[in-house]
Write a protein that binds this ligand. Sequence first.
Ligand code: NDP
Length: 332
Amino acid sequence: HIMSVPTTMKAVVVEQTGGPEVLQFRTSYPVPTPQAGQLLVRNNISGVNYIDTYFRTGLYASPKPEILGREGAGTVAAVGPETTGFNVGDRVAWLATNGYAEFTAVSAKKTVKIPEGITDEEVMASFLSGLTVLAFAKETYPVQKGDWVLLHAAAGGAGFLMTQILKTMGAKVIGTAGGAEKCDLVKSLGADVVIDYRSEEGKDWVKLVKEATGGRGVDVVYDSVGKDTWEGSLEAVKRKGTIVWFGNASGPVPPLPLPKLSPKCVKVARPTLFGYIETREEFEYYTNELFSLLKSGQLKTKIHKVYPLEDIAQVHKDLEGRKTMGKPLLKP
Ligand code: NDP
């Protein structure tokens, strides 16, 4: 296979931190050269994740100028020196950075071939987010059959997948989401209880969670909303329960005084996906798991919308404005 690679490409560059307006669409950005251990991928489709907004605002530090975008799917266009295991023309998915572009140079270590029968779009709707929820449900807190689980933002990119995975694990799921449409979606995935935490009744979601669990509270809370929900999550968890804080959609959880955990002997975790997929073995374990769930149809994906690359500022506005359901994707 030989693929002709142009010298320039379309890309979105962030030169300094700020609002969605700092996402600059360029039409003649240099195409990167794959280094040792890397592949050059022509992205067919890229994923947009909430984490991208943290790097844009500076909540998470990263060197600028930067091309955001933590994942992509497409075709190998060139193989770097000393890179093994891949050929030009392979259909792959990768985790790295620089995804808001036509081409990305990525480490082969965090790249996998996409099996036949799964589309690039299906993978991008479930790659970073799906690997995250699998790792958090299997390792951060190993969910048991019959556990009561409270999951916030259950209609989001990660939430849509997590609701389904928790149900396949036999958990009883209480999902929160903002608005009737999102709540209907979560209900359709088999969630046992759905709370619209922006409605009048749902504002007191802690009370509703307590009622649903016979006053006991949930075995585990998965909370990616952060600032607005962390205190309620601590109230809604049972004695000896676990809280997994894994995101900052409303802002970060403030520094937590440890004595707050004592009355109920609560355990807390603050995981990140990359801690669970550091070795090739771990990465392949979770990607194989994800691909088999997709292939068997046990895990459904939902694409909010595929946006053209030049509309990236709108994607960030829609994500931060809580307007998306499922996963927003980007067509470079
Ligand atoms: P989502 O599609 O879930 O978007 C975020 C959602 O959070 C919104 O749709 C909204 O849903 C909810 N939300 C609640 N309060 C706010 C607020 N004030 N502003 C904006 N949104 C709010 O995003 P992702 O699926 O990409 O990510 C979900 C979360 O998981 C993020 O916090 C992300 O950082 C985290 N994450 C962490 C990982 C890790 O390794 N630690 C890996 C992957 C994701 P609603 O309207 O229903 O409230």
